[in-house]
Design a protein around this ligand. Structure first.
Ligand SMILES: CC(C)(COP(=O)(O)OP(=O)(O)OC[C@H]1O[C@@H](n2cnc3c(N)ncnc32)[C@H](O)[C@@H]1OP(=O)(O)O)[C@@H](O)C(=O)NCCC(=O)NCCS
Length: 163
């Protein structure tokens, strides 16, 4: 949890704004991380040495009738555009399918071209309703994902908090 928090605190101003869809201060990030772990979020980390430098998050939305999760990605600026976000995206989608989610929500602005490129690369349909800041990714069923998770449980996971 501490390494994930430090990673989010380390994001440059623009990446932090894109990640949280607006300005947030350090105190917000600290309580956000605490809340996420208390609520059983899964965090997949890209780790260098002892530091988390990138993360993919999966937050359940128990209030939705259809199995839905909110996801988010962050890669520290010096490492952006090196393919790390793509690898995190791929891993998170497998995890989400394994959990049985059919719909994933991404809160960001519609001009987040890097996020749109990620979704496109993995054939995920990311769409925004007019004026909305929540993108929807519809996941087609993929039975292969269960086999994959069965043979590689939790590989590279920094933190996977059971519900
Ligand atoms: C979104 C983010 C996680 C992507 O991580 P990354 O490690 O840079 O991702 P990758 O290197 O795998 O891929 C980046 C893609 O974005 C594209 N991209 C980056 N900046 C772009 C821009 N300004 N215009 C168009 N495409 C852009 C790259 O070309 C690449 O796509 P391609 O492989 O199809 O060419 C990273 O940019 C980030 O942390 N941004 C700040 C937080 C954020 O916006 N999170 C998403 C919302 S929760």
């Amino acid at each position: 949890m501490a390494r994930f928090r430090d990673h989010l605190l380390n994001l440059d101003a623009e990446s932090r704004r894109d990640r949280f869809n607006g300005f947030v201060d350090d105190a917000f990030i600290c309580s956000y991380v605490q809340r996420s772990f208390e609520n059983g979020a899964s965090v997949i980390g890209y780790v260098e040495g002892d530091r988390v430098r990138g993360a993919a998050e999966l937050h359940e939305r128990p209030e939705d009738a259809e199995p839905t999760a909110e996801i988010a990605f962050s890669v520290e600026r010096p490492l952006q555009n090196c393919g790390i976000g793509g690898k995190l995206f791929q891993r998170l989608i497998q995890q989400a399918r394994g959990f049985g989610y059919r719909r994933l929500l991404v809160t960001t602005h519609r001009d987040n071209l890097a996020m749109r490129a990620l979704a496109r690369r993995y054939n995920a349909r990311l769409s925004f309703e007019d004026g909305e800041t929540v993108g929807v990714i519809d996941l087609p069923e993929d039975p292969e994902a269960f086999a994959y998770l069965a043979v590689r449980p939790g590989a590279d996971a920094v933190a996977s908090v059971p519900r």
